[in-house]
Design a protein around this ligand. Structure first.
Ligand SMILES: *[C@@H]1O[C@H](CO)[C@@H](O)[C@H](O)[C@H]1NC(C)=O
Ligand SMILES: [Zn+2]
Length: 254
């Protein structure tokens, strides 16, 4: 998966700051800003319902800018949601049908759905931003080798700055994760004094900065945005999708 996506990046010139600069990687269907999605026929019905809650939230927040709509028969470019080996997406529109994996076991949470579709729209992980060293200190020795590429910086040649660095972005990794931290030690620490690590990487909704990044990338007017009250609270079990057992996001793209 990793190799495949790196290859795609090379082919298209991998234009990814917080978001890809390369306009060819941005969604436009028949001249209009729009993203199209479909489900793999084998994708279970129950999981679809949660994915649909993510898509509904997307359209509430970004429907005027970059709506996410079911694929029409003549849409050549579209995102196909399937039950892959984890949570992953390509960065931006790569052309044709592009796979977006939301594994039934571990990825079916509203926050993860929004996270993966934000990749598909062109956003990279926040901790890969060219300016991240101003905001976090890396602890490379605590990260499993095969996951280190999720923490390497992207070049500002490819990545545009469409919103200020936000450690609470839904595109930021948590500081530890069973998949990649060695002995549960932190992969990074925040430079800001009062960072709340329970909220980093556990988002259930867009952060304001995520919405701003998409609106700037796609040249949409800014609009007032309010996160759900329950956003970003790993201890809160009352939200609609029940984040009780939610693990932080560790999707493996780019
Ligand atoms: C990115 O843009 C934000 C404003 O949205 C600004 O505060 C920040 O300094 C910029 N970062 C870089 C590296 O240019
Ligand atoms: Zn991701």
């Amino acid at each position: 998966m990793l190799a495949r996506i790196v290859l795609v990046c090379l082919l298209v010139g991998c234009a990814v700051a917080q978001g890809v600069k390369n306009e060819n990687l941005r969604w436009k269907i028949n001249g209009a800003r729009r993203m199209a999605y479909s489900f793999d026929p084998r994708y279970p019905q129950q999981a679809r319902q949660t994915v649909m809650r993510g898509i509904e939230r997307w359209n509430q927040v970004l429907g005027d800018c970059l709506p996410l709509k079911p694929r029409k028969a003549n849409d050549r470019d579209y995102i196909n949601v399937y039950n892959g080996g984890g949570c992953s997406s390509m960065i931006g529109k790569v052309g044709g049908g592009q796979a977006l994996s939301l594994a039934v076991n571990g990825c079916v949470y509203r926050g993860v759905v929004i996270h993966e579709f934000l990749h598909a729209a062109g956003l990279i992980h926040t901790q890969k931003r060219p300016d991240r060293d101003n905001y976090i200190t890396m602890h490379w020795g605590n990260i499993v080798d095969s996951w280190k590429s999720q923490f390497t910086k992207e070049s500002s040649r490819n990545i545009g700055n469409y919103s200020a660095y936000d450690i609470y972005s839904i595109m930021h990794y948590s500081n530890t994760h069973p998949s990649w931290s060695i002995n549960n030690r932190p992969g990074f620490t925040a430079k800001q004094k009062k960072a709340d690590y329970r909220k980093i990487g556990y988002g259930d909704d867009f952060a304001k900065s995520d919405v701003q990044a998409i609106r700037r990338m796609y040249r949409c007017p800014e609009r007032k945005f309010t996160t759900d009250v329950n956003n970003n609270n790993r201890n809160n079990n009352n939200n609609r999708d029940g984040n009780k057992d939610r693990k932080p996001i560790a999707c493996s793209n780019e």
